[in-house]
Design a protein around this ligand. Sequence first.
Ligand SMILES: Nc1ncnc2c1ncn2[C@@H]1O[C@H](COP(=O)(O)OP(=O)(O)OP(=O)(O)O)[C@@H](O)[C@H]1O
Ligand SMILES: [Mg+2]
Length: 423
Amino acid sequence: MGLLLASCAKLASEAIERIQSHQEIHRLAQNLESSIGQLDKERKKVEQEKVQKENILDSIPLGLLLLNEQGMIRCRNPAAGKILPPRLLEGKKPFTEAFPDGMLSKAREAVLQGERFSRWATTLSEPSEDSTRTYQWGLVPVGRESNGETALLCILQDVTEERILQRQLLEAARMASVGELAAGTAHNLRSPLGAVKGILELLLEELDAGRIACYATDTETARPTRTVKEQLQIVLKSLDKSFSIIDDLLQFARRPDRPPEKLRLQGVLEGAEVLLAELFKERGIRVEKALDAQDLFGRKADLMQVFLNLYSNAYKAMPEGGILTIESRSTVRQPGNIPFIEVVVTDTGYGIPADHIPKIFDPFFTTSGRVEGTGLGLSLTRKMVKEHGGSLEVSSTLGKGTSFLLTLPTYPDGLPGRPEAPV
Ligand SMILES: Nc1ncnc2c1ncn2[C@@H]1O[C@H](COP(=O)(O)OP(=O)(O)OP(=O)(O)O)[C@@H](O)[C@H]1O
Ligand SMILES: [Mg+2]
């Protein structure tokens, strides 16, 4: 009986155990099911995000190339195929060696050694298409590949059209300087020519009145040719023609007469910087500003031209990049304690030799070569600053850099708000 009871107890405990493990299995199965459901949700979410990311990569106009450590293309977005010539994407040699200036190759080495590499621009000529295009690009590390190597992302933008536009804007700015000089010259020519015309008219009157009579003679035959009167009339006609050319030129070159106004220095500087920002960035020129004074008074277009000329000179003086600093402070000019602003534009370029310093404000003095410069920039800049009642001075150390000190009025004479001169 005892034995029976014992075996019954054993059976019962085994049954309970089995029931327990059954429940366990059931619980496990439920857990598993909910985990699978969760995983499925996550998978769908990841797939959705993947599609979204792919759509973004496919639709942005930037070329994106994923490269391995050797610089070979692993994958790319469609825009890369549109902006780059197909031969660069064939993948026979590393993409980092595709550009002739070798900068992308250097960037690869720098990035692999843990250095930071920002942006650069490379010009690429395609003889087959007879075109030259400029690409701005950057290279950044983007984590590790499965073999432990660093993956690199090359971001490319075709900036050809922008560059052409920038050059045209600079050219337009330079032509504006030339136009201004032409207008000045035309104006200056008018006075002496006017005097010549007056004397000729007087002479004609004298001839008409019979007070002078003379003939011009042919030098060989010594016979009278045209009368002096006739000749004077021809000269007068030519003079009238010259006047009409001068007037046309003055008419054409006349700037819209915008009156001087109250301005903020920051706004004027930005107007000039916009034109050169990309060129500065491309060459690694940093602009630093410490503007302790902002108010100035003048014609905005002229003052923007002033800073554009100074900036463009600094750009030419820093072929390897550098720092362009603009500082400003308030000052007063004597007599009369008139408030002025001082602006100092300093570059870290190659500087100006001492024997050039007295000549740089002369019209047509240039060391830039005929294509790069007319030598009119600084002479017109100083002229415009003087027209504003200001001054422009230079100081320079060869091999270190150049500083231009500009003073400009803060208020016009008599404008309300101008502090009264102490009595
Ligand atoms: N920041 C500077 N650093 C070194 N040299 C300068 C600087 N600014 C001017 N110069 C010298 O002064 C010369 C005259 O400058 P200016 O601006 O009048 O003419 P340019 O720059 O040569 O030509 P343009 O302005 O007509 O394009 C320059 O050719 C250069 O030799
Ligand atoms: Mg210049």
